[in-house]
Design a protein around this ligand. Structure first.
Ligand code: ADP
Length: 489
């Protein structure tokens, strides 16, 4: 009987142990399930993080690529801009825009069109198209006013920003899946169009591409404008130069004509004066013989007429002599007889000669002559004629009671002389012509007193023959001053 109890106990123990084992196992199983879940969660998190890393890496790579592309583009742009802005020849701008640069911008096709004078687009650069293609492209773009107007407003058109229909049209026309069209603008509006494009699907047009092409177009615009301005300025200066050259030649030939005419005039005056002098001498001689009574008694009335003939003949001889002297001095035919002279003595001689006229008109004579003026090399006779003419005029045009003053002062090179009067003065408009031959001012005194208008012309010629200068200053009704210089040596 003991055995069954033992067996039962053993069995109970076994069952209990089994139960305990099952419980332990179940507990363990639960625990390992939790660990498994935790492990799975960790794996999942790790997986997500790995995906995130890969994604970030891809994005970083893309950004890096974009940055590299942008940098390349900017670098190419800088080089291009340096090349095209350093020439002022429009033709050369496009020669300098070579194909490798366009490739550096990341494009394989390129067209540059510029408007000609009639406003038609003309190709200036072509990369990737046949001539026939280019003509078609120009014709189609010119026909599409909406494209031209968008460009004229300064916008770029690209495969990224164009509306579907326009994009499709341009993709077909330009045979490019990705493209940018940018206007070439100057101050005077659009002068052309730049196109760049790619047929590959791999490339996309980014904002920076558009920006770079648009900067390139504006660089081309600026360089072209500068070249045109330079060309215009250069052409204008050439026209001016040609005109100046022509005008100079005309003036030189006119001057030659004037010199020839003046020479002929001098020769004519000289020969006429000679011809006149001979008969005049006879007239004067016969008048003198008659007056002297050598051919019989001369009645008083006849004598008076003969005296007039004599006076008029003298005036005429004087006139002819002046004419002859002017033309001789002008043509250099008068030999200046230069000797050392004292200017003060010359002035005093002339004063002596003209004292009767000064007294007749009750004109006061004053001088201010520098005593240190050295003796000068002058033709004494001609120098006296200068003073005789100037002082005679001063007497003629100064009313009684007036003053005539002669001043002479020296510096290291010249003696400056002035002959002033307190007479009627000279109108400003007459001054420039005063020293011309035969010029006489239209005034009351000249209407009454005869004159030839040769005195001042002769004075000027004599002063200039001495390498001096003469001019006049005057105030109406106050008086005139004739200034002249004579070199000391
Ligand atoms: P003429 O005395 O024979 O007329 P001139 O050549 O000597 O010729 O002078 C030209 C003109 O200049 C004169 O007619 C006169 O009107 C003007 N003129 C010259 N000297 C004087 C002067 N001292 N005051 C005013 N007018 C003068």
């Amino acid at each position: 009987m003991e055995n069954p109890d033992i067996i039962i106990s053993i069995l109970s123990a076994i069952i209990l142990s089994l139960l305990i084992a099952v419980i332990v196992f179940v507990q363990q199983f639960h625990k390992s399930q939790e660990s498994l879940k935790k492990l799975k969660d960790s794996f999942e998190r790790l997986d997500e993080q790995a995906k995130l890393i890969v994604k970030t890496d891809l994005e970083l790579n893309k950004a890096q690529e974009e940055l590299d592309k942008r940098l390349n583009g900017l670098d190419a742009l800088q080089k291009t801009s340096r090349r095209i802005t350093t020439t002022l020849d429009e033709q050369e701008i496009f020669q300098r825009l070579d194909k490798s640069m366009i490739i550096n911008f990341g494009f394989e096709k390129n067209l540059v069109f510029i408007h000609d004078k009639t406003g038609k687009l003309q190709p200036r650069l072509n990369l990737g198209f046949s001539d026939k293609d280019v003509l078609t492209i120009i014709a189609q773009i010119e026909k599409d006013t909406s494209i031209i107007n968008t460009l004229k407003e300064g916008h770029t058109i690209s495969s990224a920003n164009a509306q579907h229909q326009r994009k499709e049209f341009l993709m077909r026309l330009l045979n490019s899946n990705y493209f940018v069209l940018a206007p070439i603008l100057t101050k005077n509006g659009m002068i052309g169009i730049v196109f760049v494009g790619n047929s590959a699907y791999a490339e996309t047009v980014t904002e920076s591409d558009e920006e770079i092409v648009s900067i390139l177009a504006s660089q081309i615009g600026q360089a072209t404008e500068n070249a045109r301005l330079f060309e215009e300025a250069f052409r204008a200066s050439q026209i001016l130069e040609t005109k100046v050259h022509e005008r100079t030649q005309q003036l030189a030939s006119a001057l030659e004509d004037v010199q020839n005419i003046s020479k002929s005039k001098s020769e004519f005056i000289s020969s006429v004066s000679h011809e006149l002098r001979t008969p005049l001498t006879s007239i004067k001689g016969y008048a003198s013989i008659l007056m002297a009574g050598k051919l019989g008694e001369v009645p008083e009335e006849v004598r008076k007429r003969l005296e007039k003939i004599n006076i008029h003949s003298d005036n005429l001889v004087q006139f002819i002599n002046n004419l002859l002297d002017i033309s001789r001095i002008e043509s250099g035919r008068v030999e200046m007889n230069m000797t050392k002279c004292a200017l003060a003595a010359i002035i005093e001689n002339v004063h002596d000669l003209l004292t009767p006229q000064l007294k007749d008109k009750n004109i006061e004579w004053k001088t201010d002559i520098d005593p240190n003026i050295p003796d000068m090399l002058l033709d004494q006779h001609q120098a006296e004629r200068i003073f005789i003419n100037l002082i005679s005029n001063a007497i003629k045009f100064t009313p009684p009671g007036g003053i005539i003053m002669v001043k002479a002062h020296a510096n290291s090179q010249v003696v400056a002389v002035t002959v002033s009067d307190t007479g009627m003065g000279i109108n400003e408009k007459d001054i420039p012509k005063l020293f011309d031959e035969f010029y006489r001012v239209d005034n009351e005194i000249n209407q009454q007193v005869k004159g030839t208008g040769l005195g001042l012309a002769l004075v000027k010629k004599i002063v200039e023959a001495h390498r001096g200068r003469i001019w006049v200053t005057s105030q109406l009704n106050k008086g005139s001053t004739f200034h002249f210089t004579l070199p000391i040596q």
